[in-house]
Design a protein around this ligand. Structure first.
Ligand SMILES: Cc1cc2nc3c(=O)[nH]c(=O)nc-3n(C[C@H](O)[C@H](O)[C@H](O)COP(=O)(O)OP(=O)(O)OC[C@H]3O[C@@H](n4cnc5c(N)ncnc54)[C@H](O)[C@@H]3O)c2cc1C
Length: 452
């Protein structure tokens, strides 16, 4: 069939469909997937995985791309489950909610609040997808509260051969126990059931206190507060402290002016500008750090839990976070302080300290032990190797375990002894992904090859 000349020109002008590169939020990980499908059903996900398994190619899912590691990278098919973001059912009596795996925490929080429910705990942000957040054991702070994956009571996942599997406390409970923190290696999660709690308000108290007092009183502070954390800028004597405690009092949120001033201008615009200056003129960093620790404001307010936990984050950075046994925190933190004092490169971003309850998930960072977290950050575009490496060496002396979604330098050989149930995870991986369909460079490094 002959085309008119005009149409031929139009066809010629069509650009070839080039694969789109994937870049994570922090911009430090990039890959070029062969394809980037956006399935909208479990069947479509299963078909993609089955086809890849037959061809011997790789598949990964990406949530919000908020991991600092290459956890979601692949040269195979990179699936986005953004089109699978619905709340499917709500069991109000049991406080259980079934959702599609691509739902973002921010959207989930709003829909839970509308029916009087909430997540038991959350991290600092709510941009993540539920599947991405649980895969890396994303956590908040609270000695009696586990990471987000501990709230999962049922899961639907697609195995590495394209089989759709359901697990909950009655059906394949062992698989549920392990797969909640799958690091992207234990199937492609398509649905989860979340054990929620009644929605609650938090009384937030933000103060500036001497670091030594916080370290001396750490065991008491984490016991006496539902959610306790502090942020310390290396070189300063004081830290910003957040105590969030449950209250029956009605919400008294900060005014819009105060919110915009503190969260958008203070924590993002002004902080971002100072970071940019520090990146250009590192010599100005110590004075800027002092200024920041002095200018951090004290405040007190009451608001719905998710609004207190999560903040907007627009200043981009790189992060490493380690979990250590909770009782080791004061000593380990003092050693980190000594180490940062010797670093040639001054640090403007605070070190964050939080706690989490022990759980029974084999590859959860808090598996089998109450954990304290030490998180180091560097502004995007600045070198972090010496700093993160030095802190990692210190925290390894305390049997430290790195957050799966954050930067670290460990390999599977050194990680295996840190997890008593490492082999259980390996056996489950061999069963769920016998062909290694879900593996990638990051998993090869941190988990090693799939067991045969
Ligand atoms: C600004 C910022 C703040 C943060 N704050 C915290 C915090 O307070 N606490 C904390 O613990 N962490 C925090 N993190 C880390 C973040 O929570 C984790 O890295 C989380 O895994 C990111 O979720 P995501 O949806 O972006 O997943 P991605 O980063 O896109 O993916 C993470 C992993 O999950 C896998 N995955 C995604 N979807 C699926 C699926 N459907 N099935 C199977 N596997 C899947 C991916 O393949 C990958 O292996 C923060 C990160 C940033 C950038």
């Amino acid at each position: 069939m002959a085309f008119p000349a005009q149409q031929i020109r139009r066809i010629k002008k069509q650009p070839a469909l080039a694969p789109t590169p994937f870049r994570n939020w922090a911009g430090n990980q990039e890959c070029l997937p062969r394809s980037r499908p956006t399935p909208t059903s479990t069947t479509a996900v299963a078909d993609i995985v089955a086809a890849a398994a037959e061809k011997g190619t790789r598949v990964k899912a990406v949530g919000a791309g908020h991991s600092f590691t290459a956890a979601a990278c692949t040269d195979g098919a990179l699936l986005s489950l953004d089109g699978m973001d619905r709340v499917l059912s709500i069991d109000r009596d049991r406080k259980r909610v079934t959702v599609e795996a691509g739902i973002r925490l921010s959207a989930l929080n709003k829909q839970l609040a509308a029916v009087g429910l909430a997540m038991p705990n959350l991290g600092d942000i709510a941009y993540q997808s539920i599947a991405g957040a649980i895969a890396t054991a994303t956590h908040g702070t609270g000695l009696l509260l586990g990471n987000l994956a501990t709230a999962i009571v049922g899961m639907e996942l697609v195995s590495g051969t394209g089989e759709v599997i359901w697990c909950d406390h009655e059906t394949r409970p062992e698989l549920l126990r392990v797969a909640r923190v799958g690091v992207g290696a234990l199937g492609l999660v398509t649905k989860v059931v979340i054990q929620c709690v009644d929605s609650f308000n938090l009384q937030a108290e933000e103060t500036i206190e001497p670091l030594d007092d916080l370290l001396d009183n750490f065991p008491t502070l984490i016991r006496e507060n539902d959610h306790f954390e502090f942020f310390w800028i290396p070189g300063s004597r004081r830290a910003q402290v957040k105590r969030n405690n449950r209250t029956k009092e009605p919400a008294q949120p900060p005014s819009t002016f105060a919110y915009v001033r503190d969260k958008w201008v203070g924590e993002n615009l002004a902080f971002g500008s100072i970071c940019r200056i520090g990146r250009r003129w590192p010599a100005a960093v110590p004075r800027a750090a002092k200024l920041l620790s002095v200018s951090s404001s004290e405040r007190s307010f009451i608001d719905r839990s998710d609004k207190v936990f999560a903040s907007p984050r627009h200043v981009k950075f790189y992060e490493m976070e380690y979990g250590i046994p909770v009782q080791a925190l004061p000593e380990a933190f003092r050693r980190v302080r000594e180490f940062t004092a010797k670093l040639a490169m001054p640090i403007l971003f605070p070190i964050e300290c939080r706690v989490s309850a022990a759980d029974d998930i084999p590859l959860s960072t808090a598996s089998g032990r109450d954990s304290a977290w030490i998180a180091c950050h560097m502004y995007q575009g600045t070198s972090y190797d010496n700093y993160f490496n030095g802190v990692e060496q210190i925290l390894m002396d305390y049997d430290g375990r790195p957050h799966w979604g954050k930067l670290h330098f460990r390999h599977h050989q050194s990680l295996k002894p840190a997890y008593p149930e490492w082999d259980k995870f390996g056996q489950t991986r061999a069963e769920i992904d016998p062909l290694g369909t879900f593996t990638n460079g990051y998993l090869d490094r941190v988990l090693g090859p799939v067991l045969r």
